[in-house]
Design a protein around this ligand. Structure first.
Ligand code: SF4
Length: 284
């Protein structure tokens, strides 16, 4: 269990990469492991080399999971893929939203790198009678991820369209691999910033996280500093004359970053913890 969501609801597993932010996809690595463990829904979505095949396996038998949960939960929707991947039919997405509409005791966190399809889905449901409510649901948070300026620029207009419809919108600025000017994103309700993890992780300039925090404060957007990832700034470490590092430190924009591992790097930014996230008390 994570400290900001407590149920993972995977309904459409598998994906394909859309940008440099996807290079070290966490879900792809996890799918490789689950395939090796014999999990049926993962057999076709990654190949023998552990790469996405671009196939998506729908798991309709999990649609009813939230109805069976006794306690209200913060539910991460489809971490093992992208609910708005082109291979996920909109009729299936409608089924997912129907379940969310029936379970307002939970909070749902949705994240996609294809927000244009998320916006198109809602435009379609408005144009046609799909049998689901057109009203934005306050317990459902629609998010996109953006790790660099190109990703942010590409996805902003769609997210703005969803915010104008009245949805709670958020951004996961992770894996953070570049500077981002967030001008034009003032409609957001929440930003979660984080560095990359995994064996090939790229280091994050700490000033990117600092400027996200400052921007969120200025625009009254809730902020989470999710994690440093594998690298921690040298100035966050206690270093003596005899300190040696297992890995050679790297420089990002003149900032020295040391690979200490995700667990040790943690999620403290300049001595503070920033962990705001939607929870069952605010969501329903
Ligand atoms: S969109 Fe997400 S799940 Fe799909 S490849 Fe990129 S990082 Fe992985």
């Amino acid at each position: 269990m994570r400290d900001w969501w407590d149920y993972s609801w995977n309904l459409a597993v598998g994906c394909s990469k859309v940008s440099t932010e996807c290079v070290n996809c966490w879900a792809e690595a996890m799918a490789k492991r689950l395939r090796a463990m014999g999990r049926e829904e993962y057999q076709d979505v990654v190949n023998d080399h552990g790469f996405w095949t671009k196939r998506v396996t729908l798991v309709p038998e999990r649609l009813g999971d939230p109805l069976r949960l006794k306690k209200p939960r913060v539910i991460a929707v489809n971490l093992m893929g992208d609910l708005f991947h082109p291979n996920v039919p909109y009729t299936f997405v409608a089924d997912v939203f129907e379940v969310m509409a029936q379970t307002r005791q939970h909070v749902y966190l949705i994240l996609t790198k294809r927000p244009e399809r998320m916006l198109a889905f809602w435009n379609l449901t408005l144009a046609e009678d799909w049998g689901i409510s057109h009203e934005p649901m306050s317990h459902v948070w629609l998010g996109t991820s953006a790790g660099n300026q190109a990703g942010a620029d590409e996805r902003r207009d769609s997210m703005w369209g969803l915010a104008r419809m009245g949805w709670n919108t958020w951004v996961s600025a992770e894996p953070r691999i570049g500077e981002i000017d967030w001008s034009g994103w003032e409609f957001l309700k929440w930003m979660a910033t984080g560095g990359e993890s995994g064996p090939k992780a790229r280091a994050m300039d700490p000033n990117w996280a600092r400027s996200d925090l400052a921007w969120c404060r200025e625009h009254d957007v809730k902020f989470m500093f999710k994690q440093w990832g594998e690298y921690l700034p040298l100035d966050h470490l206690k270093v003596g004359e005899r300190t040696t590092f297992k890995h050679r430190p790297v420089e990002v924009n003149g900032m020295v970053m040391v690979k200490v591992g995700k667990a040790r790097a943690g999620h403290m930014l300049d001595g503070q913890v920033y962990r705001w996230h939607p929870n069952v008390a605010d969501g329903g």
